[in-house]
Write a protein that binds this ligand. Structure first.
Ligand code: MRU
Length: 361
């Protein structure tokens, strides 16, 4: 059972997935999203397959293939499938093996919550070190809070920790085109947490930096390669360039499960390409409730790619370039904050040491 993120903030609706294809669809259409949560969903998906008596290996591979960039998805699905294999290897029957997978998914869920807490602690200490005595004005992109995690999230959890100790002066929330994770989800989480926040169009970030109103950028990650390159929601890389130009720290917050030593560098990260309709129509993948009230002056078309009413924001037939992520090179990243500590400066050696440390734990 998932909170259907496509419907937020208009509606807090549950989505029940009774089989793996339904969960794969929920992942593809972003009902459930964000790297750490995708890992948790992948693991529970394999547990669901095991409980239903489906082919566990096939389920894991279907889930892993649902979206290519967030490494956590494959990690969660594979870890759960391995738990099933190990249980069968110990002589467990099908029911016992299914219970073992569910226990593993719950363990991953708990670990993610703990990682969240530790990232928040390390991230707050880093902010205080980089911006001494400050009350911070933080810019964030996409959505990285409780909605994407077993705990309070990644980058957002750091901002929340600063808020709790009275050191968050302001949270700037990028709307995050085209699917508006910032506007729909981060603004929703910030409001629920009582954080002073303001929404801006992605294009407005440059002038905000220029006017000296950003002290730090905090973002999450979908995959961190062995050389420290960071794949995150499209629009993160331009923020890193802006941050460097304006001498503002660009900080990436992610659990070690997002670090992928098997991906050598940024160029080796597969960036998901999404349907052009997400750019040319104001609808997909949201159901009508989520766009109601926003489409008054725009022409409505009867049927969008998602099968729901949509508003066109480009002439019919316009081709759109719609990568879901971009890659920020390590030299533009001030620090990577994980539950195992902070990597700063961000280099291949620093990432390798982090991986060695997290394997020992
Ligand atoms: O396409 P999405 O919404 O799944 O993208 C999510 C992001 O890019 C997040 O910033 C990333 O997963 C980090 S979440 C802690």
């Amino acid at each position: 059972m998932l909170l259907d993120q496509r419907r937020l903030p208009a509606e807090e609706a549950e989505l029940v997935c009774t089989d793996v294809p339904a969960l794969v669809d929920a992942i593809r259409t972003l009902a459930v999203r964000g790297a750490p949560l995708l890992g948790i969903a992948g693991a529970y998906g394999v547990a669901l397959a095991a409980a239903r008596g489906y082919d566990v290996a096939e389920a894991a591979s279907l889930l892993e293939g649902a979206r290519p960039t967030a490494v956590n998805l494959g990690y969660g699905a594979r870890r759960a499938a391995q738990a099933y294999g190990a249980a069968v290897g110990r002589g467990a029957d099908v029911r016992q093996a299914a219970a073992a997978v569910l226990a593993e998914a719950r363990r991953l869920h708990r670990e993610d919550a703990e990682a969240s807490e530790r990232m928040a602690r390390h991230g707050l200490a880093l902010l205080d070190e980089l911006l001494p005595g400050g009350s911070h004005r933080i810019l964030t992109h996409c959505n990285t809070g409780r909605l994407v995690s077993g705990g309070e999230g990644t980058a957002f959890a750091v901002a929340l920790a600063a808020h709790r100790v009275g050191r968050l002066r302001h949270l700037w929330v990028d709307e995050t085109r085209p699917l508006l994770q910032g506007a729909r989800l981060t603004a929703y989480e910030a409001a629920r947490s009582g954080m002073a926040h303001t929404l801006l169009t992605d294009n407005a970030a440059g002038s905000l930096f220029a006017s000296g109103q950003v002290d730090a950028v905090l973002v999450g990650a979908d995959r961190i390669a062995a050389d420290g390159s960071v794949a995150n929601k499209v629009g993160s890389y331009p923020l890193a360039v802006l941050a460097r130009y304006h001498h503002v720290p660009f900080i990436v917050v992610a659990p070690t499960t997002t670090v992928d030593p098997a991906t050598r560098d940024g160029a080796s990260i597969e960036v998901e390409q999404r349907p052009g309709q997400e750019v040319t129509e104001l609808s997909a993948p949201f159901p009508p409730a989520a766009v109601s009230g926003t489409t008054g002056r725009l022409p409505r078309v009867p049927e969008a790619a998602s099968g729901v009413a949509a508003a066109l924001v480009a002439p019919v037939g316009t081709r759109a370039h719609n990568p879901a992520f971009d890659v920020t090179p390590p030299e533009l990243v001030t620090a990577v904050v994980t539950e195992e500590g902070v990597v700063c400066p961000v280099t291949g050696t620093g990432i390798a040491e982090l991986c060695a440390r997290s394997r020992q734990v």
